[in-house]
Design a protein around this ligand. Structure first.
Ligand code: SF4
Ligand code: SF4
Length: 371
């Protein structure tokens, strides 16, 4: 397995990365239908670091077409953001007219319920038929942070193939394992990461800070590519739960990872990654861990076990009413209806499952995680 790294500011240099891996013909054959899955999670432009640059996606589709295969770009944004609005704002409105390649709104396409035979958190989901019947899938995420899963890279990007509100099931059943489950159902034959403008900070995947990472990465194994994506942000892949779970469950390829092109060191920069208190890690000193456990025990006795456990591990969603414009998107996004509209939206913390779908969807960045 290999990962090619190209240091660049030009989205069209994606071609160099794929050529380093052996060329597109290594991955697709004449006559095949090939899904190209960008990240168009929100109604935001690629300059924000939230979505994949349409120029890069078009170049990938061109390479697929040059092999005599048929590229089909497919996406379903974060629920309840409207697909057409997201496509328009992200620069994909005239994608078909400009480049001649099909762009499918996964929320409007024919979709079918499928079992996930190896699923441990979710055993079924709903996916567009065109994805299930395609021959290959090219996964084209952005390199960015995520307030709940630390990073959103290739594995996480497949969640955008789950139709509309069906995404809620993954949050209700366990996001990290759900991401792994989806990746057991749908294989990424090639992963291409757009890191020309990525995102850092605990506001990711939509409200973090855009950063020029100046890199495009291509890999033939999604787990390994994700590990390299994390290392480009100077993070530790072992601290990313869905990557850890994928490795434990034998999802990634085995064998030595071969780097091609520019060196990892030449593109890796210390980035601001979301912080998660991990009570089981020895990184916390023995004394601090002891104090934290004692605090948790007392708090649990005083305020109720489950609530405190969630709070200590995951934090609480906090809404800044100074920023909120009362659009109510967060109310629709909450999978357990834990947000009520009073003068401003208010979260019932006892019902909240700390999925942070509300923060992901908030167009104003008014919801943050308070640890
Ligand atoms: S918190 Fe954000 S999503 Fe919710 S109503 Fe306010 S602006 Fe809209
Ligand atoms: S209020 Fe809680 S359960 Fe609802 S979307 Fe926000 S974090 Fe998730």
């Amino acid at each position: 397995m290999s990962v090619a790294i190209v240091k660049t500011k030009n989205p069209r240099d994606v071609r160099k990365a794929v050529e380093l891996l052996g060329g597109m013909e290594r991955f697709v054959a004449k006559g095949e239908k090939v899904i190209v899955k960008p990240n168009i999670c929100a109604a935001m432009g690629s300059e924000t670091g939230a979505v994949t640059d349409p120029l890069l996606v078009a170049e990938v589709a061109k390479m697929v077409a040059e092999c005599g295969a048929e590229p089909i770009v497919v996406e379903s944004p974060i629920y309840p953001i409207g697909s057409q609005r997201a496509f328009r704002k992200a620069g994909y409105a005239d994608f078909e007219g400009r480049y001649g390649f099909e762009l499918v709104d996964a929320n409007a396409a024919e979709a079918i319920e499928v079992e996930i035979p190896r699923g441990l958190a979710i055993d079924h989901t709903i996916i567009p038929r065109v994805v299930l019947e395609a021959d290959k899938l090219i996964n084209v995420p952005v390199i960015k942070t995520h307030l709940q899963t630390m990073v959103s890279l290739g594995m996480k990007n497949l969640k955008g193939l789950v139709v509309g509100k069906q995404k809620h099931l993954i949050h209700l059943c366990g996001l990290d394992q759900g991401i792994v489950d989806l990746n057991t159902l749908i294989k990424s034959d090639l992963v291409i990461m757009d890191g020309i403008i990525g995102m850092e900070g605990s506001g990711g995947p939509t409200n973090g800070r855009a950063v020029e990472m100046d890199v495009v990465l291509a890999g033939d194994d999604v787990v390994e590519a994700d590990c390299v994506g994390v290392r480009i942000m100077s993070g530790d892949p072992e601290r990313v739960k869905h990557i850890q779970l994928a490795c434990e469950q034998g999802l990634g390829a085995t064998g030595e990872l071969k780097f091609l092109g520019d060196s990892l060191e030449s593109v890796a920069t210390k980035r601001d990654l979301p912080k998660f208190p991990d009570l089981s890690r020895t990184l916390i000193s023995g004394v601090a861990l002891h104090a934290l456990d004692a605090f948790r025990e007392v708090s649990m006795r005083l305020f109720g076990g489950e609530r405190v456990e969630k709070r200590v591990k995951l934090g609480d969603p906090v809404i800044d009413c100074e920023i909120c414009d009362k659009c109510k998107l967060c109310l629709e996004a909450c999978p357990v209806d834990a947000i009520e509209m009073e003068d401003f939206p208010a979260v019932r913390l006892d019902d909240c499952i700390r999925c942070f779908c509300c923060a992901e969807v908030c167009p104003k960045g008014a919801i943050s995680k308070k640890l």
